[in-house]
Design a protein around this ligand. Structure first.
Ligand SMILES: [Mn+2]
Length: 364
């Protein structure tokens, strides 16, 4: 959940920042120096030809992405489009990939990516930015791009030789499918799987706004992609070394009046507490699940409840608020309390009993 929150916060900042430009959310296209804003009249084929006209046989191409599934898939698609047209295509990314799902995708599809800081950006004769725009990250701003293809709101104060930005699209992967189809290239299973997953993640399974065009690309990939692999990416959210916390959780679980409590001890990442809480929430007799663990100098408490005449967020604030940060929604909440603030007598170790005492001290 921590990386998720960080990511959401990051996205939110982006949206605030991009909100300024939202008025200008029509398409922006630049093909052979002709700039089109508003609904584009360009055909998929003219875009493809405009894109390909940027490159020569001698080119060493660098594709730069902020590595998430949509961007990774788009980079693979560009690599395929340029396979016989340039010397080579390198994919560079500046961010560390932390999400297990994304790591799993990179590993299983053997996506060849390299950290941007290990590459000499200026040694490449052409540079492409995908699923992002030059003003999105400070490290992009210094780079001169030849091509920018993206689906975020149009920003200004930058230029490239070829631009294709379609803010209404749910994913850059959907745009890339149109390029591949225009080029009469049928994607391999692994490329199709990547693009399929890219669209799935960015549209949150089409629960977020997307276009019919996204649906058409998705449907096209459906027949080629390996859906079992996609499921494996979606399922993978923990390391094997973290299984031991489940053992502790199952051994130490205590139940009081429909509330399941467990303190897991010191954890490598608080994400595992979320996974354990969600797992225990599958059990029929538990109306509440309260899981805690120590991460760094903080006690992290994850709360789940059925949300019926209960409010986990309010409960978290009332019970843990005075010790640190607490909050959440009806059915899910979280608290992070500095160990110092818990005022535990020196040698007492925090246990499931301590958690129960702490969480039920207002109950009669
Ligand atoms: Mn995207």
């Amino acid at each position: 959940m921590a990386p998720l929150i960080a990511e959401l916060r990051f996205r939110f900042q982006w949206f605030l920042f991009l909100g300024v430009f939202l008025k200008n959310c029509k398409r922006l296209e630049k093909i052979a120096d002709t700039v089109t804003r508003s609904e584009s009249k360009n055909s998929a084929l003219s875009r493809l030809n405009g894109f390909l006209s940027i490159f020569d046989k001698e080119d060493e191409v660098l594709v730069i992405i902020s590595a998430d599934p949509d961007a990774l898939a788009s980079a693979l698609a560009v690599k395929r489009l340029l396979r016989y047209r340039v010397q080579n295509v390198t994919i560079g990314y500046p961010n560390e990939i932390r999400r297990m799902n994304n790591l799993e995708m990179v590993k299983r599809l053997k996506i060849p990516i390299e950290r941007l800081h290990t590459l000499k950006v200026n040694d490449y004769s052409k540079r492409i930015l995908l699923d992002s725009q030059p003003v999105h990250l400070p490290c992009f701003e210094k780079i001169e791009f030849d091509v920018v293809i993206d689906h975020h709101p149009v920003t200004s104060d930058w230029d490239a030789k070829f631009i294709d930005i379609r803010p209404n699209y749910g994913a850059t992967s959907s745009i890339m499918v149109e390029y591949l189809r225009a080029a009469c290239i049928k994607p391999s299973v692994s490329l199709a799987t990547a693009l399929f997953y890219g669209i799935k993640v960015d549209t949150q399974n089409f629960e977020k706004s997307a276009l019919l065009a996204d649906g058409i690309s998705f449907r096209y990939l459906f027949d080629i992609a390996n859906l079992n692999l996609v499921r494996k990416f979606e399922l993978t959210d923990m390391r094997r070394s973290e299984l031991k916390y489940f053992k502790t959780a199952l051994n130490d679980l205590k139940v009081r009046k429909g509330k399941a409590f467990v303190h897991v001890g010191r954890v490598w990442s608080p994400d595992i507490l979320v996974i354990i809480a969600d797992f225990l929430n599958h059990v029929d007799q538990f109306s509440w699940v309260i899981v805690s663990g120590v991460h760094g100098e903080r006690l992290v408490v994850i709360l789940r409840c059925d949300g019926y005449r209960k409010n986990a967020g309010n409960f978290a604030v009332r019970t843990f608020g005075k010790f640190g940060v607490a909050g959440g929604h009806r059915e899910a909440a979280r608290a992070e309390l500095p160990l110092k603030s818990l005022d535990m007598a020196d040698n007492t170790e925090f246990t499931t009993q301590t958690l129960i005492k702490l969480a039920t001290r207002y109950e009669k």
